[in-house]
Design a protein around this ligand. Structure first.
Ligand code: TYM
Length: 334
């Protein structure tokens, strides 16, 4: 994060430590954080409290939280421009969530697509699952955030965040900045390799579904070579008829920063075998240096603890100040 005099706009984003990060998390979020980090004053969070909205093994959660933070760094997050921290290390997130709950109608939360999807899979639905987007709103607005770079699936949560801000500000006076979502042009919705109609998800452990950032090259290649395609024998961006091929093309496009046209030119007259081979090469070439940096840093567990502590210590005053203003405006502080 840059110094306090910085006139740069603030970026905030986060990832749940609820599984092994995928190429979807990379292309939908981290890659863009890294590409734009010099233009903003950035805060990147590992949202462990959000992960608790579905059952987690405590030891695994603790370890995954560190793993996600290390992956931020391994992917190229630069601490000169960014603070990284763990959500639960700054208690203002939970405190503000309560205040925001008091202005958020339940109907707004029940309409969230992710809530509907996740709750349909569970017999008993925790209150946390419903309240999840309010905690997300608190994460964002505690830091006077202007921009939130995320994948397509978070767009609805950002709209809700904006609704909460508008409602709070109209009830209690100008308190929070109204944030805007930033969604990448390519890679905003990477699909599962096994089922290109569903989002690639880090919480799925089906083999051949996701490409994980820490998967060995052999595994990455195997999953890509086995990816579901079709019998059209035509390389085209056609999400309706050719969801699998489109997904592979999109991954390739996002990873290489090429335009759709350039990608289509490259594969003109080629078959699915060549497409898969090139996607595998591009993915492996991108992930190998990330994996190397990750393993070097992970060798010293104290390293990430120190970075996370420094990150939280540096930004806690921002969160505490904004929480205080909200409390004062609501009449519970002098
Ligand atoms: P999470 O942990 O599900 O995902 C982290 C980021 O990765 C993006 N993403 C994808 N992008 C493209 N294709 C995919 N298949 C794919 N899967 C995931 C997500 O859009 C996201 O940007 N609620 C958030 C975490 C969060 C947060 C926040 C984000 C909590 N507080 C404040 C921004 C700001 C979530 O569950 O992301």
């Amino acid at each position: 994060m840059t110094d306090n005099q910085s006139t740069k706009k603030r970026v905030f984003s986060g990832i749940q430590p609820s599984g092994n990060l995928t190429i979807g998390n990379y292309l939908g979020a981290i890659k863009n954080w890294v590409a734009e980090q010099h233009n903003y004053d950035n805060i990147f969070c590992v949202v462990d409290l959000h992960a608790l909205t579905v059952p987690q093994d405590p030891q695994v959660l603790f370890q995954k939280t560190r793993e996600v933070a290390l992956l931020y760094l391994a992917c190229g997050i630069d601490l000169e421009h960014c603070a990284i921290f763990v959500q639960s290390d700054i208690t203002a997130h939970s405190e503000l969530t309560w205040l925001l709950n008091t202005v958020t109608p339940v109907g707004w939360l029940e309409r969230m697509t992710q809530y509907k999807d996740k709750s349909a899979k569970q017999e008993s639905i925790g209150t946390g699952l419903l309240d999840y987007p309010v905690l997300m709103a608190a994460d964002i607005i505690l830091y006077d955030t202007h921009y939130v770079p995320v994948g397509e699936d978070q767009k609805q949560h950002l709209e809700l965040t904006r609704d909460i801000v508008l409602r709070f500000n109209s009830l209690y006076g100008d308190t929070f900045v109204l944030p805007e979502v930033l969604i990448p042009k390519a890679g905003a919705r990477v699909k599962g390799l096994d089922d290109p109609t569903a989002k690639m998800s880090k919480s799925s452990d089906k083999q051949g579904h996701a490409l994980h950032l820490l998967d060995p090259p052999k595994v990455l290649r195997k999953s890509i070579m086995r990816a579901t395609t079709d019998s059209e024998n035509r390389i085209a961006f056609d999400p309706e008829k050719q969801a699998g091929v489109t997904n592979l093309l999109t991954i390739y496009q996002a990873i290489t920063n090429m335009s759709e046209e350039a990608v289509l030119n490259e594969f003109d007259g080629e078959g699915y075998g060549t497409l898969k081979k090139r996607v595998a090469e591009a993915v492996i070439e991108t992930l190998e240096p990330i994996q190397k940096r990750y393993h070097e840093m992970a060798a010293d567990p104290a390293y990430i603890e120190q970075i996370l502590k420094e990150g939280a210590d540096r930004i806690r005053p921002l969160a505490e100040h904004r929480l205080y203003v909200a409390q004062k405006n609501m009449g519970i502080r002098k």
